[in-house]
Design a binder for this molecule. Structure first.
Ligand code: ADP
Ligand code: MG
Ligand code: MG
Length: 250
């Protein structure tokens, strides 16, 4: 699905990622953990193709196609989803209308006609039901006055509708409350399949009590310095990150 080879990337001429190697296969869930400032969000942004990040060495491929040169929108059309990619408030545009447009744009990029309205409606109903999303929520203006939990619900709904091949959830370091964590975790667990892959980025272990990863990687100073199974997340919870930093510097 995703193959990252010796990836170096910088922002404003500052080198942040310093040789990342990572392979994510279909059906796998990978967690990326690491101290603040280690480059987790940068890695997510570089995979998604945010413009301000420059790849200076190495490559990123999705389903054996190198995507380094593609714009963020083109990567999205190919099935890369990054949480918080659309955090804008759009008064007058509902949660539903926003996602309809996004889906039809994706179809257009593949030379397809708009999804028939009845098919779209059916899909919206099914996904909303799966995620236990209230009808009223779907007609609200996008992100306008949304609580933390509602923002997460909208994000997971977008993910459900877009059916990405690769979903990257950057939970940032700001405290998500336990409800928001559950919304994200339930959504991911319901949506994951043998054909798609998920990368969960988190500073804390607690999200991984709900989303059980197949692999855990620790990022430090722009490099993956340790990889393990889900038990590594528990070890980090107990011991913090210092022992990893020390073992790297030794
Ligand atoms: P993490 O998500 O692991 O906390 P980030 O990827 O956000 O780490 O940041 C890694 C490093 O890159 C930090 O030192 C941060 O200050 C720097 N950085 C990230 N984005 C920018 C930017 N747009 N301009 C300058 N420095 C940045
Ligand atoms: Mg940070
Ligand atoms: Mg971050």
């Amino acid at each position: 699905m995703l193959k990252i080879n010796n990836l170096h990337a910088s922002v404003n001429d500052k080198a942040i990622l310093k040789g990342i190697n990572l392979e994510v296969k279909p059906g796998e869930v990978h967690a990326i953990m690491g101290p603040n400032g280690s480059g987790k969000s940068t890695l997510a942004s570089v995979i998604a193709g945010k413009e301000e990040y420059e790849v200076t060495e190495g490559s990123i491929s999705l389903e054996n196609e190198i995507i380094d040169e593609l714009a963020a929108e083109e990567r999205a059309h190919k099935g890369v989803f990054l949480s918080f990619q659309y955090p804008v408030e759009i008064p007058g545009v509902s949660v539903t209308n926003f996602i309809k447009t996004a889906i039809n744009e994706t179809r257009k990029s593949k030379g397809l006609e708009d999804m028939p309205a009845n098919e779209m409606l059916k899909m919206i109903r099914e996904k909303a039901e799966l995620l236990e999303i209230d009808r009223k929520f779907l007609s609200r203006s996008l992100n306008e006055g949304f609580s933390g939990g509602e923002k997460k619900r909208n994000e997971i709904f977008q993910m459900a509708m877009l059916e990405p091949k690769l979903a990257i959830l950057d939970e940032t370091d700001s405290g998500l409350d336990i409800d928001a964590l559950r919304i994200v975790a339930n959504g991911v667990n319901k949506l994951k399949s043998k054909d798609n892959s998920v990368i969960v980025i988190t500073h804390y272990q607690r999200l991984l009590d709900y989303i059980v990863p197949d692999f855990v990687h620790v990022l430090h100073n722009g490099r993956i310095v340790k990889t393990g199974g889900k038990e590594l997340a528990h070890e980090l919870e107990e011991k913090g990150y210092d022992w990893i930093k020390e073992s790297v510097n030794a």
